[in-house]
Design a protein around this ligand. Structure first.
Ligand code: GAP
Length: 544
């Protein structure tokens, strides 16, 4: 069995995000946080299978980075040590890192509903996520051309409910006659969809020109301002401004502030890395796309400290390692790209950055960021050295007259986004099976590795199944499922992406054999009962 083979669905058959989100809830991968209270925007809870999936991805990252890192381009084994720093650090850390001054997103306030929108995501939100935007565009697109009668009908019906503050809803005839003039006046360069939405938001021709509408209620948005993403909290009883602290906005700063402790205590020598996995918090203006952009999420970050002259070599090395790693967990080569940041996108302290991007269903045919690989120079160590007054220079062990601040290459991956990419990649439509789909998880991330299913509750089958289960559970995450008809049980295992099902039937007690059902092909074969464990070991480890 290999990844992404024998799938009934063509590789690029569009995947429906709504179906993926529904499956995640139905099968216990991911739930809205505080679900019974109506949820809370930007927060998600991982259910039993989601936790298992996330932990598997995390452990494979940790293995590739800390427990079993590769051989470096210099022929020496790479050395990376782990860290688990506090989520709350001295607030001066975030001043030094630049987060207090500059970790912000551009946003625009709506005077109509009082909500904020990310200025740089406005059109994407309006065209893809906004309830009224998508409803109106659907009407326009079904017509194939701008038909003011259709818009008028929409404005007087659905528009009233969805976008009460949109100019065309408040004042349909005037707004539409102006739109008609604009369209008729420019037969050779008809306005784009974005311009049309701007026209529909603009009450009348005025000195301010076209207006940008709020994705929620349609009112013209106010101008752009910035919004700091760090989440604040207050420590201690008095909770005054002096007690203000920040939940970490990235795991990386915990690494930089412990750099000296680790060099002094761990006998590491440059080049070496420090890795950390953990929660990060950002007060995102518009959390969206399921767990893609949330306010609480997990990162897997590694800071690689090296001599400045070797930074380019290490950058190329880590790019290749990261490509291999994503592939090793089943995030396919076709759906992943490495995109170089252009000069105008590059943060001022980075000499070079590439984003690892995945073609999510909601970004397709485009891509969304999974990981950033940045050459951060000595920016962070310089900042912390200056702000803390503690010397952070590295002394060359061969020549103690040579001191320098190491340069840093940072592969910074999103664990939460990694889970989403794995879920999206695995979701495979297959009309030929009762579940209509299956999760084509790579076996090394699959939450459940095998299911043990007695065909009936007679003939001692449950007892044989129980014995097999007790044996396998010592080494693997396995599921024993006894009730319901076998078709339904296979369907459930397909939905949760279990690679193998072992079925105990009437023949088992006479010839000591079981049926193995392969998830992707649904093919079945017969193997000896006492070979099940070695079979599983062999077939799972092939993919390590
Ligand atoms: N230390 C560098 C750093 O934090 P970043 O690009 O801001 O870089 C790294 O974040 C990764 O963290 C991203 O590539 C993404 O996978 C993940 N990430 C960032 N913001 C996120 C959010 N609001 N929700 C989920 N994941 C997020």
């Amino acid at each position: 069995m290999s990844q992404n083979t024998n799938t009934a669905a063509p590789k690029h058959m569009p995947k429906d995000m709504k179906e993926i989100v529904a499956l995640c809830k139905r099968r216990g991968f991911i739930f809205p946080a505080s679900d019974i209270y109506g949820g809370i925007n930007g927060f998600w809870d991982f259910g039993p299978l989601g936790t298992e999936l996330k932990n598997n991805i995390r452990d494979l990252w940790w293995k590739a980075m800390v427990k079993c890192p590769p051989i470096g381009p210099d022929g020496n084994p790479v050395r990376i040590v782990g860290l688990d720093s506090a989520i709350i650090q001295n607030p001066k850390v975030w001043v030094a890192s630049g987060h207090v001054g500059g970790f912000s997103d551009p946003m625009r306030k709506c005077p109509g509903c009082g909500k904020f929108t990310r200025a740089d995501h406005l059109w994407d939100t309006l065209l893809n996520d906004s309830e009224w935007g998508t409803s109106l565009l659907q009407e326009i697109q079904e017509q194939g051309k701008i038909n003011t009668d259709i818009i008028l009908k929409w404005a007087k019906s659905k528009g009233k409910k969805l976008a009460p503050n949109l100019a065309v809803v408040k004042n349909p005839e005037v707004t539409l006659s102006w739109l008609a003039t604009r369209i008729n006046g420019q037969p050779e360069s008809p306005p784009s969809m974005i311009e049309i939405l701007q026209h529909l938001a603009t009450a009348q021709l005025n000195s301010t020109g076209l207006q940008d509408p709020c994705p929620r209620c349609g009112a013209p948005l106010e101008g752009e301002s910035t919004f700091n993403l760090l989440m604040k909290t207050y420590l201690g009883v008095s909770a005054s401004e002096d007690d203000k602290a920040y939940l970490r906005g990235e795991t990386a700063q915990g690494i930089f502030v412990n750099y000296k402790n680790i060099v002094d205590s761990s006998r590491v020598r440059v080049p070496f890395g420090i890795a950390q996995v953990g929660k990060a918090f950002r007060n995102e203006v518009n959390p969206r796309n399921f767990i893609f952009r949330s306010r609480e999420f997990e990162q897997m970050e590694m800071e690689w400290f090296c001599h400045p002259d070797e930074a380019d070599m290490w950058f190329d090395f880590w790019m290749e390692e990261r490509r291999k790693w994503w592939l090793s967990i089943g995030v396919g080569s076709d759906d992943i790209i490495f995109r170089k940041h252009e000069a105008d996108e590059l943060v001022f302290y980075s000499k070079k950055t590439f984003d690892v991007e995945y073609r999510f269903p909601f970004t397709a045919p485009g891509f969304g960021e999974l990981e950033g690989i940045a050459y951060r120079t000595d920016y962070d160590l310089t900042q912390h050295q200056t702000h803390s007054g503690t010397k952070l220079e590295y002394m060359d062990p061969m020549d103690n007259t040579k001191r320098y601040l190491p340069h840093v290459i940072e592969p910074a991956a999103g664990l939460t986004r990694g889970v989403l990419a794995v879920l999206c990649e695995a979701f495979t439509v297959d009309p030929n099976r009762p579940s209509g789909m299956y999760m084509n998880f790579h076996p090394n991330v699959a939450p459940i590795k095998a299911a043990i299913l007695p065909l009936t509750e007679k003939d001692g089958q449950p007892e044989i199944a129980q014995k097999l289960y007790m044996d396998l559970r010592q080494d693997y995450m396995v599921d024993l499922d006894i009730k319901q008809n076998i078709g339904k049980r296979y369907a459930r295992q397909d939905e949760i992406g279990t690679p193998f099902c072992f079925t105990i039937d009437t023949e088992t007690s006479s010839d000591n054999s079981v049926t193995v059902r392969h998830r992707n092909t649904m093919k079945q074969e017969r193997i000896a009962l006492d070979k099940v464990k070695s079979y599983l070991q062999e077939n799972l480890s092939k993919f390590d």
